[in-house]
Design a protein around this ligand. Structure first.
Ligand code: CP
Ligand code: NVA
Length: 322
């Protein structure tokens, strides 16, 4: 085993994590493995990276609320020797997104953006010569999925032959988990009420990745079918940010998909419980499950910090401009 902390591998050619597997702006399978390896190295030896982003300032743009993402990016930038500036509000309201991108690239070294629409992230990426990171959009949450794959690797000791079941809405978190599982060779089953399945286009993209790794990527409305043999069960809110007006209708339609003790007993013995947080206790899951010994929700939250540091270092190192 090496005694030296790992060095970042440059991400090339597009210095972007848009999360969108349909575009060129995303991590390859080998970059994903490298990002997880570096994250583990940073986690075990954080001080070795305390000057890694020396003098770099990161723009944090948030159109939606955040606790974990905002704080972990701010802490990550500071602990790597850089700094961050926070902007909250609409992106592209006062001026076109392409102008926002070309202003920010003159002042800061990287853009982290939480947006309502994925097209805003894509447009920032297309117009900025600085790296762009998707901090959650309507379609994806790639930073969450990175941290979750790190968490699973730590608890499982590897990915081979493992299965992750996602229960609830086929949403942004489900999409990013599905794409990362496909690239890392983890079987993934999305269990949703009829009408709330993941995007067919993203499912097809995940299956294309899975052809190379052998992962089985499934979508079903059956808890019995989907949970059989699952080594981890993941859920998220039923109504995401921007869908609050649908919350009452969804609560009715999703009721039998609540991740409670009875549902957890349908998965493999010792299956982990996961949630990206924030959670609505007694809706999509129960306090009992969240506080149970198989719950790894705060490991997931901690790993946001290490995974995002790793991603920022790889992007900074692949950014030819700096
Ligand atoms: N999981 C997550 O992204 O949390 P925040 O919305 O608080 O950033
Ligand atoms: N699906 C949720 C995730 C929050 C971290 C949302 O988009 O609101």
């Amino acid at each position: 085993m090496s005694t030296h902390p790992p060095s970042p591998v440059p991400i090339a050619p597009s210095p972007v994590l848009s999360g969108d597997a349909r575009s060129d702006f995303d991590l390859t399978e080998s970059e994903l493995h490298a990002c997880l390896d570096l994250a583990a190295g940073i986690k075990s030896s954080p001080k070795s990276y305390s000057r890694a982003l020396d003098g770099m300032v990161v723009s944090l743009l948030f159109e939606k609320p955040s606790l974990r993402t905002r704080i972990t990016f701010e802490v990550a930038a500071k602990q790597l020797g850089g700094d961050s500036i926070l902007y909250t509000g609409p992106i592209g309201g006062r001026e076109p997104v392409k102008d926002v991108a070309r202003n920010l690239e003159r002042w800061t070294s990287m853009i982290v953006a939480r947006t309502f629409s994925q097209t805003t992230v894509d447009e920032l990426a297309a117009w900025s010569s600085s790296p762009v990171i998707n901090a959650l959009s309507d379609l994806y949450h790639p930073c969450q999925a990175l941290a979750d794959m790190l968490t699973l690797r730590e608890h499982w000791g590897g990915f081979d032959g493992r299965t992750l079941a996602f229960v609830g809405d086929g949403n942004n978190v489900a999409h990013s988990l599905m794409l990362d599982c496909a690239r890392l060779g983890v079987n993934f089953t999305c269990i949703t009420p009829p009408g709330y399945e993941p995007s067919m286009e993203i499912l097809a993209a995940a299956r294309r990745f899975a052809a190379a790794t052998g992962a089985a990527i499934r979508s079903t409305d059956s808890l019995e079918v989907g949970l059989a043999g699952a080594n981890a069960v993941y859920t998220d809110v039923w109504a995401s940010m921007g869908q609050e007006h649908e919350a009452a209708e969804r609560a009715r339609l999703f009721a039998s998909y609540q991740v409670n003790a009875a549902l957890m007993s349908m998965a493999a013995p010792g299956a982990l419980f996961m949630h990206c947080l924030p959670a609505h206790r007694e809706e999509e899951t129960t306090d009992e499950v969240m506080e149970s010994p198989v719950s790894v929700i705060f490991d997931q939250a901690e790993n946001r910090l290490h995974a995002q540091k790793s991603l920022m270092l790889m992007l900074a190192c692949g950014d030819k401009k700096d």
